[in-house]
Design a protein around this ligand. Sequence first.
Ligand code: 3NM
Length: 218
Amino acid sequence: MERINSDALRRLLKVYFIMGSINCRKSPEEVLSEAIAGGITMFQFREKGPGALTGNARLELAQNLQQICRDLGVPFIVNDDIELAIALDADGIHVGQNDEPAKAIRQRIGIQKIIGVSAHSLYEARQAITDGADYLGIGPIYPTSSKDDAEAVQGTFVIERVRNSRIAIPLVGIGGITVHNALPVINAGADGVSIISAVAGAEDVRAAAQSFVKVVQG
Ligand code: 3NM
């Protein structure tokens, strides 16, 4: 097995759905199945924040969601928890700036797994690339209420800045992205959008996912 090809990863990042149980209005299993039916291209399990599941309940939910992803052919990425990613043989892991560097993670999970890193500046983007990240999550683009410790809002300018620095790594924008403000993120140079609440909290999850697919595909 080899490291994931950048073009394949760009396609997977187009509509990158992230959630945990606290982001959902109905069962996370239902939400994920509907989101996949609507066309999301990759999923990240992020069981975090006040009221999040822990222990066995968290593990069970992760297993259920991974199974849905496997059955429906969507890659399953784990947020932050490298032990969980290894235990589940997940398709990849997404880490923040305060987690283990991508270099150390790569040694533990192997070449074929996807490693995503959150970056909030050009400096952090360059460091993550040096460390061997496969893609970068850049944000928060817009104000978000899904992350308590989010950094200052950056706007789409940060994506343009990274792209104008001849950084070719696959990039996804994150933070406050809705169907109404997703297009400027793509136009600034992102390969896709990462979304929690505009999909997980939607009345009609499938329709919400479909709308993002339409916007991103142009
Ligand atoms: N990371 P929503 S913003 C998980 O800036 C996450 O790195 C961010 O949720 C970052 O789509 C964010 O509901 C929350 O705004 C995204």
